[in-house]
Design a protein around this ligand. Structure first.
Ligand code: ME8
Length: 683
């Protein structure tokens, strides 16, 4: 029991009303991060940033799901322990979140000892309450999905979810008595229309629950079959089902990773302060586990249910499902390295209503980038900066009288906060961006209507001053409202128009009024915000396929310096320096899979790789350390020269050479187009 003094209690309750706790799924460490992971995490980040801007206490949680069969199998295949494997792959997620400027308050790992303790506490509590029973199970099991299925569920002997072969098994297991909560869950979903969103998904879950009999949930796996999991506290021969473990993260994190509740350091207060979560953001494929398994677990534990579970849609690539075997998975790292984090964040949220499926194609990305970011926003800023520099010596002039167009611009700006609040409460990110774009569009029209260049020619400096002031002010508000989605861009706009504050440290309500830029503020023109992408200059780099100006942040055009085009880099012209096929046949090129990667001590360039080439694992030292972190190389398929004499590089033996392409500052490791067996010949 926690005792507060009156003032503290009032403070605590006030803060608790405002608190905002948002989660993403915890991602499996058997895969590298892809656009689907980035999508949910960006959406959560936008809401977290928005609530911080409103001054609400925020807890934004993401993390990695590290137990279970898939991780155990992936680790064994690579000759690592599951923990070593999890340690290595979890880092990929953290790195991507840094790159995408994600502001998660905590990163949970299901191998954390504090998390394990909460899972065991939950299991014991449910067991003691008679909510868990031991039974003999006989039936169908999908090993890759780690799920049991009834005879009715399976389709032609295959898993209804993933389509792979199921196995008949018989074993003793522990079951959570989920079925008894079916009616209560139906009532909860019916009574609270915002519990599951969007509406279509809510209807799907309700439809399922009202037409099917809910079974009990097998929450154990015998250790003889799976060792990599959390031990059942009441039977050491079993570990717990990975979903029981994973779902518990949302609660366990409130105990040991959440910010301390104001006025108390007691962990119990922290839990009750942050729990229940305001939003669990998930992909549509994991809605059942969240809305049914997690909700009934919480009911049995006598804990409140999350306020909302929001299931977003899936991304395809050029109309096709993304898959590693097809090799069309979008790597957010590549998009971000090419276009910067803000363009990617903007695109995924602007392109598709949150909740629906979306398609990523280079063409749609480039079109949005060029029209909305380069033309609408980038040009607006550069026009304003150029004109303030030219006509007012780089200082924002004072506004004078107000004309009809000025009023309309101001009114458009002042209507935005309410629209943004409503849109973000609905998680309608694309509508929210549309609302902000109304101001961008209105400001561009305002430029045309007022033709400042003509005012300058006519020497109407009074009117010109008003127009410039209003445009600077419109830009200030555009940046403020865009901040949750495009934090870097927004801050750059503020810096350019002379605002020296950090948006991240500002309070929305202090910044919303029209007219806050002080006349006389010195602007600080930078480079172009979003230089247009020229698809004709495509050099085919990376899976993003088009080449954008990598130096856009500095606003420079990327030019190839003459010295970078060394004669040796040019392809041989017909008839000169040609080799016969017999010469080429001397070089044995093989596909290899990188199973281990680490830096060579005292070298920032050399990386020591262990490469599986089918018949053996070779040690290859490659000079790619400035372009790739070792973790990025893991599991990559590469091509090596397999019959090169061993050589020592900084004292480390290299038994082969990796192929990589380089142009200017870019270096790209050559990799087969499709996954292929290690050892395959390249000819
Ligand atoms: O499911 N488009 O982890 P995960 C959009 N560990 N989203 C996609 C997608 C795509 N093409 N592909 C996958 C797990 N996702 C569990 C979660 S939470 C307690 C445990 C989404 O790494 C998918 O829908 O397989 C899911 O929300 C998320 O990626 C994580 O997938």
């Amino acid at each position: 029991m926690i005792f507060f003094t009156g003032k503290l209690e009032a403070d605590f309750n006030d803060q608790m009303q405002k608190k905002f706790y948002i989660t993403t799924p915890i991602y499996y460490v058997n895969d590298v991060p892809h656009i689907g992971h980035a999508y949910t995490t960006i959406a959560a980040d936008v809401l977290a940033r928005y609530h911080r801007l409103k001054g609400d206490p925020v807890f934004f949680l993401t993390g990695t799901d590290e137990h279970g069969q898939k991780v155990e199998k992936a680790a064994h295949e690579r000759g690592r322990t599951p923990k070593e494997h999890a340690d290595l792959l979890s880092v990929n997620f953290r790195k991507l979140w840094e790159k995408l400027e994600i502001t998660n308050d905590a990163f949970i790992r299901t191998t954390d000892k504090e998390h394990i303790a909460v899972v065991q506490e939950f299991l014991q509590k449910l067991f003691d309450k008679g909510e868990i029973e031991r039974r003999t199970y006989e039936g169908w099991y999908c090993t890759p999905d780690e799920r049991f299925w009834t005879e009715k569920d399976i389709v032609d002997g295959k898993c209804p979810d993933c389509g792979r072969q199921v196995e008949q098994i018989q074993e003793d297991n522990y079951f959570f008595l989920m079925s008894k909560y079916q009616d209560r869950l139906i009532r909860h979903i019916t009574d609270d229309p915002t519990f599951i969103r969007p509406e279509s998904r809510r209807n799907e879950v309700l439809g399922f629950l009202t037409t099917h009999k809910l079974g009990d949930l097998c929450i154990s796996r015998p250790k003889a079959r799976l060792a990599w999991g959390i031990e059942l506290p009441f039977d050491r021969d079993f570990v717990t089902y990975v979903w029981f473990d994973a779902l518990t993260n949302y609660y366990s994190a409130t105990r040991y990773l959440s910010p301390a509740a104001k006025g108390s350091t007691d962990p119990k207060t922290r839990e009750s302060f942050w729990w229940p979560a305001d939003h669990h953001l998930v992909g549509k494929d994991i809605l059942t586990t969240h809305s049914v398994y997690w909700s009934t677990m919480l009911m049995a534990l006598e804990l409140p249910l999350p306020r909302n579970i929001f299931a977003h849609g899936w991304w395809t690539r050029d109309g096709k499902k993304m898959s590693k075997s097809i090799g069309n998975v979008i790597d957010p790292n590549e998009v971000v390295d090419t276009y910067g984090p803000d363009a990617f964040r903007f695109f995924v949220l602007r392109e598709v209503p949150f909740g629906l499926d979306g398609d990523y194609s280079t063409e749609t990305f480039v079109t949005r980038f060029n029209t909305e970011l380069a033309n609408d926003l980038g040009n607006l800023l550069s026009r304003v900066l150029t004109m303030v520099s030219k006509y007012f010596d780089g200082k924002v002039p004072a506004a004078r009288d107000e004309h009809q167009t000025d009023r309309e611009l101001r009114e458009t700006a002042c209507a935005i906060p309410a629209a943004v609040e409503a849109d973000l409460n609905q998680l309608a990110f694309n509508k929210y961006l549309h609302s902000v774009w109304q101001l961008v569009t209105r400001a561009n029209r305002y430029v045309e209507e007022n033709a400042p260049w003509t005012l300058a020619k006519k020497n109407d400096m009074g009117r010109l001053a008003t127009v410039m002031y209003n445009l600077a002010e419109a830009l200030r508000l555009v940046a403020l409202h865009l901040y949750p989605v495009m934090p870097g861009t927004s801050q750059s706009i503020w810096n350019c128009i002379g605002m020296d504050k950090q948006i991240s440290a500002s309070l929305l309500e202090d910044e919303l009024s029209w007219g806050l830029i002080q006349a006389g503020t010195a602007i600080c023109p930078g480079g172009q915000l979003f230089p247009r992408i020229d698809t004709k200059k495509d050099t085919g780099r990376g899976s993003t396929m088009i080449n954008a100006d990598k130096t856009k942040k500095e606003g420079k055009k990327m030019e190839t310096k003459p010295e970078e085009q060394k004669p040796a880099d040019k392809p041989a012209a017909a008839g000169t320096d040609l080799i016969g096929i017999e010469d080429f046949a001397k070089v044995q090129l093989r596909v290899g899979k990188i199973v281990q990667a680490e830096r060579v001590e005292k070298s920032d360039k050399l990386v020591k790789l262990k490469v599986d080439i089918g018949t053996e694992v070779r040690q290859v030292v490659a000079g790619i350390g400035k372009h790739y972190a070792p973790e990025q190389l893991l599991d990559k398929q590469i091509v090596i020269v397999a019959n090169l004499k061993p050589a020592k590089l900084m004292g480390v033996e290299s038994q082969g050479m990796l192929l990589a392409a380089s142009s200017g500052e870019i270096l790209s490791v050559v990799t087969p187009d499709k996954e292929i067996a290690p050892g395959a010949k390249v000819k």
